[in-house]
Design a binder for this molecule. Structure first.
Ligand code: KG4
Ligand code: ZN
Length: 324
């Protein structure tokens, strides 16, 4: 089954053709990062307009790269939410239009499920597993019991992981999007240089606002003296990745799960991946998406359309939604 997926929930215009949910035939991503850098973050109106400008070109490129004809596609899918409404509308209307023109089903997809499904690409991963989903908008530990069946076991009560990365990066003067820059600097820093607090919250909660404030205080404490930025980044990264991995392992053990999976933009983080792979020594099977399928892309959308589509009576009448 060949599915054509479209992703436009935030600042990437992306299309992909995926066979049977696992095999990527073609994958095109047009990033808007350069546009939003000038503003220090994503401007929703600007993002929506850029999606409009890019979508037809990206659709065409995806077909050209694949040598697949639109008439050979079995279904057209898009992210319906959560995300920025004006942005989502572009992808959803493009996918619905293609489905009407080529007389094939339209399959709506939830963006968070799509991030989880990025792990099915090029792997033989099968449920059950425990997934740590860390993106710019969400932080959750999810017990995935079957394809399309899952329960949220923990989530953040304040900032999402990617959001904290971006905010800490900003206070350190790094350009948007800060997560990846912070990760790079952290790699040549000492993660034990500064002791930063881990929030004391319930087993089903994460909280990162205290950590964010602690980094701010630490930075302010240098009062004009040059900030040891690599050590600050590494100490922050060490603390947040420990919190994330420890809670995920605790939940996996409680759920008798032997497979742990990463998902979302922050799954690209070097230290988080290192700590995930180290869990193999404790007997866990571990999976993380390839780097290009961690941040927003449409291959994960096409995979989710195959493994975990949104269950709605009339998909063509479905509207976008901002929160999930
Ligand atoms: O999943 P994603 O592409 O978009 C959302 O659905 O939110 O995630 C984007 C987030 C941003 O906050 C970005 O800074 C963060 O993922 N990110 C990283 C890294 N790469 C991307 N955070 C930490 N380390 C990275 N290497
Ligand atoms: Zn995302």
């Amino acid at each position: 089954m060949l599915i054509f997926g479209i992703e436009t929930s935030c600042d990437e215009t992306a299309c992909s053709i995926v066979k049977d949910g696992r095999e990527v035939v073609s994958n095109v991503v047009a990033s808007q990062i350069k546009t939003h850098q000038a503003f220090g973050g994503v401007v929703p109106e600007v993002a929506a307009r850029e999606h409009l400008d890019a979508i037809n070109v990206v659709i065409e490129e995806t077909f050209t790269a694949s040598r697949v004809k639109p008439s050979q596609i079995d279904a057209f899918a898009s992210t319906a939410g959560p995300g920025l409404v004006g942005c989502l509308l572009v992808g959803l209307n493009a996918a619905k239009t293609l489905s009407l023109v080529y007389d094939k089903p339209y399959i709506p997809v939830n963006h968070l499920n799509a991030h989880v499904c990025a792990n099915f690409i090029d792997t033989d991963l099968k449920p059950p597993f425990t997934c740590l989903l860390v993106s710019g908008g969400h932080t959750q530990v999810i017990n995935v019991s079957d394809y399309g069946e899952s329960q949220i076991a923990a989530s953040t009560i304040d900032d999402a992981t990617g959001e904290v990365y971006d905010k800490v990066a900003r206070l350190l003067g790094l350009p948007y999007p800060g997560g990846i820059q912070l990760d790079k600097l952290a790699q040549s820093g000492n993660g034990q240089a500064f002791k930063l607090p881990e929030a004391k919250v319930a087993d089903d909660e994460f909280s990162f606002s205290g950590l964010k404030t602690a980094v701010l205080r630490l930075v302010q404490g240098f009062k004009g003296v040059e900030i040891p930025i690599n050590d600050v980044c590494a100490s922050f990264q060490e603390t947040i990745t420990s919190t994330l991995i420890n809670k995920t392992v605790k939940i996996a053990k409680k759920n008798n799960s032997t497979t742990i999976v990463l998902a979302g933009g922050v799954a690209a983080n070097s230290r988080l991946r290192e700590k995930l792979y180290a869990l193999q020594d404790d007997g866990f099977n571990v999976f993380a998406p390839k780097m290009k399928y961690c941040t927003d892309n449409a291959a994960m959308v096409a995979s989710a359309a195959y493994f975990n589509p949104m269950r709605v009576e009339n998909p063509l009448e479905l509207e976008v939604f901002s929160r999930g």
